[in-house]
Design a protein around this ligand. Structure first.
Ligand SMILES: [Zn+2]
Length: 79
C-alpha cells in the first residue's frame, strides 16, 4: 500500500498513513485530536505540475508518467 500524507482540518496536524489507493481520498481519523476530518495533503516531492505530470516520479526521462510512454522515453528505450 502506498504511503499518503494527510493534514487535519481541525488541528492542522500532519501525519502519514498507509492506505489503499481506493481509500486515499476518504476521510481519516487524526491521531492527534481523533476527529475524522483529515484531508490528503499533496507532498512537495510529488507535486503535480501544470501539465498534470508528477514531477520526479516519472519514466526514464524523468518528466513523464511512470509508464514511460512519452516520445523521449520511447526513443531512449529503443536503443
Ligand atoms: Zn487533528
Amino acid at each position: 500500500m502506498p504511503l499518503y500524507e494527510y493534514v487535519c482540518v481541525d488541528c492542522e496536524a500532519h501525519f502519514d498513513a498507509l492506505r489503499a489507493m481506493s481509500a486515499a481520498d476518504k476521510p481519516i481519523a487524526c491521531p492527534k485530536c481523533g476527529v475524522e476530518n483529515a484531508r490528503r495533503a499533496i507532498s512537495l516531492f510529488s507535486a503535480i505540475g501544470s501539465n498534470g505530470v508528477i514531477a520526479g516520479n516519472g519514466g526514464s526521462c524523468g518528466s513523464c508518467t511512470p509508464s514511460g510512454s512519452c516520445a523521449t522515453c520511447a526513443s531512449r528505450s529503443s536503443r
